[in-house]
Write a protein that binds this ligand. Structure first.
Ligand SMILES: [Mg+2]
Length: 378
């Protein structure tokens, strides 16, 4: 079962807003699907959190390294790609692309073994995972209306982030969080994401400390990216003094980048994104590393259906990971597979129990956002 070819298709036409200062348009490509085709006619799929032109250039670079490799050995093949591209690629588009390849190889490995990916990652600690509805902040009334709709749709966990938070003023921040808590109810999980990886983020340690107190008063589950992504010392100080859990690390790539943050005690929760950090192989290693430091992994996933499935399998295989991020209102999650994710009566998602990831891409539905045949045809 050798790798014959890897193809990529960027998703365009239904891109939801990202909350960035330079806001995304629906046609902007920020998610690229990859398909690994093997010599025995199997296809494994993965998802990459970046533009398709960057993925294609990276695939050109990586092709001599992956062609002919055994597709049933994701961890070895991904490490082979990482180790041979230190000089050109470490950390950026090449690492992002290897992430998608790694996910697709886990899919193939699962297909070959007839087992779900989570079992191959170490075993299924859980059969269901709670998805939290991830929404961009807005002025309180509009945000409350959106959250009420999601609550009615069955979600029991929520994260609000970016938008005006930390960018307008203290009163505005509190009004937003208060409205959100009143809408979702005291029994719901509510996390808050400042979006400190936005360009030129200005929230500093003192702002974060004051804001953490406000969030604690509203029962926030965690305070995410309150500081710039590289502000290691301030993160460590904030975590020591803040009354709420501190989360971060969504922009970091490869396990090595997490080690200084873990050693410094910077996070209560690490949030690697498997479509960026190096794939499921790397996410699992970050999760295990974090556990040794008493830190939980809750995956970042501004996502596609393929990325969400990867997160579900990862969550099933890590003892402390019982949540996944679910970007609501995203057609790349809700409208490209034959069997879109469906919440059960408790607001949970089942971890697929069949072989591989369990991603059944629907060529007609996927075809609205890319050339599905170019990706999947034999
Ligand atoms: Mg975030």
């Amino acid at each position: 079962m050798k790798i014959r070819e890897i193809r990529a298709q960027g998703l365009s036409g239904g891109t939801p807003k990202g909350g960035w200062t330079q806001e995304l348009a629906p046609e902007d490509v920020v998610h690229t699907l990859v398909a690994v085709h093997t010599d025995d006619g199997r296809v494994g799929v993965g998802s990459v959190s970046t533009r398709d032109d960057l993925v294609r250039a990276s695939l050109d670079l990586l092709e001599p390294l992956y062609r002919g490799q055994d597709a049933r050995e994701p961890e070895r093949v991904a490490e082979h790609l990482h180790q041979n591209t230190f000089w050109l690629g470490r950390g950026g588009a090449v690492t992002h692309t290897i992430s998608g390849i790694d996910i697709a190889l886990w899919d193939l490995c699962g297909q070959a073994a007839g087992q779900p990916v989570g079992r191959l990652l170490g075993g299924r600690h859980r059969e269901r995972v709670r998805p939290y509805a991830s929404v961009l902040m807005d002025e309180p009334a509009r945000l409350a209306a959106e959250l009420a709709e999601l609550r009615a749709a069955g979600f029991r966990a929520f994260k609000i982030g970016w938008g005006p938070f930390g960018r307008v003023g203290t009163a505005s921040d509190e009004a937003i969080v208060r409205a959100a808590r009143e809408t979702v109810g005291d029994d719901a999980l509510l996390a808050v994401d400042a979006g400190g990886s936005d360009a030129f983020w200005r929230g500093d340690l003192k702002w974060a400390l004051r804001t953490a107190d406000m969030l604690a008063a509203h029962g926030a589950a965690w305070f995410e990216e309150p500081l710039r992504p590289d502000a290691l010392d301030d993160f460590a100080e904030l975590r020591r003094r803040a009354p709420v859990p501190i989360a971060g690390g969504e922009v970091l790539t490869r396990r090595q980048a997490y080690l200084p943050f873990l050693r410094a005690g910077a996070f209560d929760i690490v949030q690697p994104d498997c479509t960026k950090v190096g794939g499921l192989s790397e996410s699992r290693r970050v999760g295990w590393l974090a556990e040794e430091f008493g830190v939980r992994l809750i995956p970042h996933g501004w996502n596609t259906a393929v990325g969400l499935l990867a997160d579900l399998h990862l969550a099933s295989a890590l003892p402390g990971t019982d949540l996944v991020e679910y970007r609501t209102g995203a057609p790349y999650i809700d409208a490209i597979t034959a069997d879109p994710p469906r919440l059960d009566g408790d607001g949970m998602l089942a971890v697929p129990a069949g072989p591989g990831l369990g991603a059944v891409l629907d060529p007609d539905r996927l075809g609205r956002y890319c050339d599905a045949a170019a990706l999947l045809a034999p």
